[in-house]
Design a protein around this ligand. Structure first.
Ligand SMILES: [Zn+2]
Length: 473
């Protein structure tokens, strides 16, 4: 597989450090609020990547952190602590907030068919690790103590800026965030490894350390959690594009200073979901979450389908119209898949036919995870002149990666249809037909009257996105 490596800014063949195995690290959520669907786009695309790597036969181990301490409202070391802010807002303790929003995050992931990583590690479980690595960085001369905090000294590196397409001045943390500079820093790009002195003395979570009672900076947690579970050589690091700088740059700085050799080979960054067109969300005060999509009648998998239709390195424009189009296309896709589940026999699939059906799909994803083209390849399979069993088998393999829940949705659709045409008495079927005509003519009073009659006969009519469904009350 070829993948765009943000560190080299080139498409490169993905070759793991150890043949046949692949180590993958993902920056997890800061659990102070619900995940925005823009954040979830990143996790969806990473999920496709992970599953495709498994699909190609690699033995993947994936680790994700949960940031439950140390992430300030600026990605530099300024502003309020996000966790503390969440706790204050909801009059709860930081740990209660962390538990609640960690659960909410994985609940959203489940609805979006995002696989749970092999290892999930909250930052608060790794304090000893952080202290150990920070101690080593101090011993090696890469860190210094000033004003009670421990800082990483970026001037000690030959090359600090990675992922730098920009002017260094613009990127300087204090300048970018428009906040007061930290007078303890020797260089403006230095960052905090351990806080003991901060402006929020009411920080709930503090731990003993050689430098006094305090808590870790945000960047150190990802380096330590990754090294703890995946060792000294990381194959692939993922995250949203907004984590490139300063977060990932700082992860590289401290990991390589600590290890004394290159750390992570490939960097995968998912671009933004753009919701700022003024017409929606912010002006209406809507916070775009999976629950909000559901409350508006959208299947979360329609959102996943929407994300797959564009490349992860392009900004994706979200609007309700765009989502409507994706939802309609998703329903149509399910309807196209459904016939493959009618009259299923256990016919064996010829391997050559199967491989031929999957060729376009593999080519699309081998080329920097082109999910839009992979979706087109799925339609090509549905159109292909091949036995239904082979097509079904190919679609199921593709959907292991795309995870659109196609088989399940198709079976549900067929079950609904069977109920509609099957054991429904003629009298009820006739009323349903008349009701459909009344609705078409926009005679809703008559439609309601007919619905009442249907109910009297012991049946329920429901409008679903797959069409009208009739079932016994
Ligand atoms: Zn991270």
């Amino acid at each position: 597989m070829y993948i765009y490596n943000s560190a080299s800014r080139k498409k490169e063949e993905l070759i793991p450090h150890t043949a046949g195995k692949l180590n993958m690290y993902t920056c997890g959520p800061t659990v102070y609020h619900y995940a925005h669907i823009g954040n979830l786009r990143t996790y969806i695309m990473e999920d496709v990547l992970e599953k495709y790597l498994r699909f190609t036969g690699l033995d993947v181990k994936r680790v994700m952190n949960i940031t439950d301490v140390g992430h300030l409202t600026s990605d530099g070391d300024t502003g309020d602590d996000k966790m503390l802010k969440g706790a204050k807002r909801e009059h709860k303790t930081v740990m209660e907030i962390a538990k609640f929003y960690t659960d909410a995050f994985f609940e959203d992931c489940k609805k979006l068919n995002i696989k749970t990583p092999d290892v999930i590690e909250p930052a608060t479980h790794c304090i000893d690790e952080f202290i150990r690595v920070i101690t080593a960085l101090l011993e090696k001369g890469y860190a210094y103590e000033a004003g009670g905090n421990i800082y990483f000294d970026t001037s000690k590196l030959d090359k600090y800026y990675i992922f730098n397409d920009f002017n260094e001045e613009d990127l300087a943390v204090g300048v970018r965030e428009g906040v007061e500079a930290d007078g303890n820093k020797r260089n403006k790009t230095d960052f905090v490894l351990w806080f003991t002195k901060s402006k929020f003395e009411d920080q709930e979570l503090k731990w003993e350390s050689p430098w006094g009672l305090g808590y870790p900076g945000w960047h150190i947690e990802c380096s330590c959690i990754s090294m703890k579970h995946l060792g000294e050589y990381l194959d692939l690091h993922c995250g949203g594009i907004d984590n490139q700088f300063p977060h990932h740059t700082n992860e590289i700085a401290q990991s390589e200073a600590y290890l004394g050799h290159p750390w992570c080979r490939y960097w995968f960054h998912v671009h933004h979901l753009n919701t700022g067109d003024g017409k929606m969300s912010k002006s209406k005060g809507e916070f775009l979450t999976v629950s909000l999509l559901e409350s508006k009648g959208y299947d979360p998998l329609a959102y996943r389908f929407f994300c797959l239709q564009s490349h992860y390195r392009k900004t994706l424009e979200f609007s309700w119209d765009n989502l409507d189009n994706a939802a309609a296309a998703y329903s149509k896709l399910v309807a196209r898949v459904a016939p493959l589940y009618e009259n299923v026999t256990d016919e064996k699939t010829d391997e050559a036919v199967f491989n031929e059906l999957l060729k376009g799909f593999r080519e699309a994803l081998d080329n920097d995870l082109n999910t839009a083209q992979a979706t087109t390849a799925l339609y090509d399979v549905l159109k292909a002149d091949a036995p239904a069993a082979a097509k079904r088998c190919a679609v199921e393999h593709m959907d292991y990666v795309l995870s659109l829940g196609l088989a399940e949705a198709a079976k549900k659709l067929l079950a609904g249809k069977a109920k509609e045409s099957g054991d429904i008495p003629e009298e009820v079927a006739e009323l349903v037909k008349q009701r459909a005509e009344a609705r078409k003519a926009k005679d809703f009073a008559k439609a309601d009257e007919l619905r009442a009659k249907i109910t009297e006969l012991g049946y329920i009519v429901e409008e679903t996105r797959q069409g009208t469904v009739i079932r016994k009350a």
